[in-house]
Structure formats: C-alpha cells, structure tokens
Design a protein around this ligand. Structure first.
Ligand code: E4P
Length: 220
C-alpha cells in the first residue's frame, strides 16, 4: 500500500520525502488555505519538490465548479503545471463526464468525496486513476468507513478496473492498518497520524523492560 502525505505544507512534504520516502502527496482546498500562501504558489512549490520523480500529487479544482466543461478547463491548466499533478474532482454527475474527457487526454484524475461503492464504480468506469473514499468522515458520523474500502476493493478487482483506492481522511493508525487489509492501494493521512503509526505503548513498555534488563546485566 502506497503512503501519500495529506498536506500542502512544503516543510512537511520535504520531511516526508527525506525520512519516509513518501509515495505521493494529496492536497485539498483546506490544506491549501492552511498553507497561507496564494494557491498557485503553493502548488508550484509542491511540484518542485517532486520534480523528476513519478510521485503523484493530487490537486483539486475549484469546488464551486458545476459544469464538466469548466472542470475540464480548470483541470487542463493544473495538469500543465506538472506531470506529477493528478486532478481531484469532487464526485458529481458532471465530474464523471470530466473524468472521461480528461482520461481521453491522458490527464489522470482522483475522484474525491466518495462515500459509496456506486460513486467509486462510476469513477472506475469513467477512467479515474484514483478514487478517494473518506474513511474518517464516515466513521465520525457512526458509519463504518473501512467496510466501504473493502467493498470498493472487491468491486474493482471483480471487474478488473485499474483504478486505485486512496483510503482518505484517515485519523488514526488503526484505520491505516485496516485500510491495508481491506485492500486499499494507497492511504493518505497527515504527519501526526503517521508519526503515531510507528508507535505502540507496548513497544515503549518493552523498551523500558529490556533497558532495565540491559542495565542489570554485569558489564563485559
Ligand atoms: C484526501 O485526499 C483528502 O485531502 C483528505 O483526506 C480529506 O479529509 P480531511 O481534510 O478531513 O482529512
């Protein structure tokens, strides 16, 4: 399962590239707003960080766009900025048409804000490179987000669609592990969640126990 960093902070992305060899980046309008710089400047800085690699960077078109023609036009502009850019479109009937047009032009898309298998199926048959079910948003409201990942994975495999699942809006290490087992091809989460995913209180306890044993052993 590929590790994507969900962020538009260039410091975080540089750190993720250097220390974890992250496989790609996902951004959304909220991350871009948090970066506190003009949108195109942030995107160009991220593009520069991954230049010369094959690491995909998901960048979202204006979420206000309603018509597929407008989405396609916006997507083309973003795609022209970097070969790494994968264009994120929020699920809607027009977005699927945009996905199909863009696939025909060789522009990769990531269908985002996906909450059902049928939305993922439309993305796959329209030619989306990625589909992003939002695990954390579902679970926050009492639904099982991880069952959704498993069902989408089954649907894609059963019908041999090459679309990859990005398990998105991941809030904790448990969701990372379960997304991998459920068949997600990629996971995207923030820096803090990945930091937590390296750790376990049992590991800390073990370090303490073995450290004490080490100290209690007669020196060589
Ligand atoms: C995924 O691609 C999204 O950027 C992200 O996971 C959305 O959710 P969040 O901003 O609530 O984490």
């Amino acid at each position: 399962m590929k590790l994507f960093l969900d962020s538009a902070e260039t410091d975080e992305i540089s750190e993720g590239l250097a220390h974890w060899d992250i496989d790609g980046v996902t951004t959304n309008p909220r991350h871009i707003a948090t970066a506190g710089k003009p949108r195109l400047q942030v995107l160009q800085e991220i593009a520069d960080l991954v230049k010369g690699t094959d690491k995909p960077v998901s960048v979202e078109v204006d979420p206000h766009l309603q018509r597929w023609e407008e989405m396609v036009e916006a997507a083309r502009k973003l795609a022209a900025m970097s070969p790494n850019f994968v264009i994120k479109l929020g699920a809607s009937e027009d977005a699927y048409r945009a996905v199909r047009e863009l696939a025909g032009e060789g522009i990769r898309t990531n269908l985002t804000l996906v909450f059902s298998v049928s939305q993922a199926w439309h993305a796959a048959r329209s030619g989306a490179a990625f589909v992003s079910p939002f695990v954390g948003w579902k679970e926050q409201h009492g639904d099982d987000g991880l069952d959704l990942i498993a069902d989408i994975a089954t649907m894609l495999a059963m019908h041999s669609y090459p679309t990859e699942i990005i398990a998105a809006a991941i809030r904790n290490p448990r969701q990372i592990g379960h997304a991998a087992v459920a068949g997600a091809h990629c996971v995207t989460a923030g820096m803090a969640v990945y930091r937590d995913s390296f750790r376990s209180p049992y590991t800390d306890m073990g370090h303490e126990i073995f450290g004490r044993a080490w100290d209690a052993t007669p020196p060589d």
